[in-house]
Write a protein that binds this ligand. Sequence first.
Ligand SMILES: C[S@@+](CC[C@H](N)C(=O)[O-])C[C@H]1O[C@@H](n2cnc3c(N)ncnc32)[C@H](O)[C@@H]1O
Length: 231
Amino acid sequence: MFFRTVSAAQKFSEWSDSYDQSMKDYKWCGPDVMMKALADRVDWCRPDLKILDVGIGTGLLSARIRQDNKAAHIAGIDVAEGMIAQCQGKNIVDDLKLVDLEREALPYDDHEFDAVLSCGVFEFIENPQAVIKEMVRVVKPGGVIAFTTEPSSSFLSKISRLWSALLYLLSSFRRFERSKHYEREKEGIEQAIADTGISEMQCLEFTAYRPGRGSRIKYHLFTGVVSHTTT
Ligand SMILES: C[S@@+](CC[C@H](N)C(=O)[O-])C[C@H]1O[C@@H](n2cnc3c(N)ncnc32)[C@H](O)[C@@H]1O
């Protein structure tokens, strides 16, 4: 086996110091794509806006929201202590909590947030339906939910990614470690969403370019309005 499997908490804590630089190098556009896609559903400048950033990491999405809105209440959760520490240092979030989405409910009351967002996280989550249900629970009626997923890549793209990853690992003397990673098709996510109270669902495809891995990775961005109710 080429890779040793480590938990997402360990992988991202170890990566946390250099994560922002990596995302710059990779030209990670998820936060920008999400904000633009939600522009007609979320007034990003509303002073009493309440946002939850699920799998906040170092806060790349929340930092973008904070740029446009100094008064908004922004909460975030993540499983990796290192990522939480990096995010804390930026002073952009009002409420940061260490939470494992695979094992815990979101530590918030029902209907607390105007928008619950998760960018670049679901590919590390084994049971997305449970997380979607929790995200829906904490959104206000009429509020917005958005998350990205990674659909499966073509065989050629898989080979190219594996080759690039090997070159990258060898060139940087990195350890052969990876966390669990789940690729998901649109239809599977649509099934997971059924009966959760999400309406007006839209799915947008975008690509993030990752020079380190030498391939263009396709993502899906799902956005919807929560008419409720999941209990
Ligand atoms: C690729 S990063 C994305 C971070 C940020 N949302 C962004 O756009 O830069 C994935 C994040 O998901 C978090 N994560 C992975 N599994 C998780 C889980 N079970 N519970 C909570 N957070 C998790 C990781 O710790 C990491 O910070």
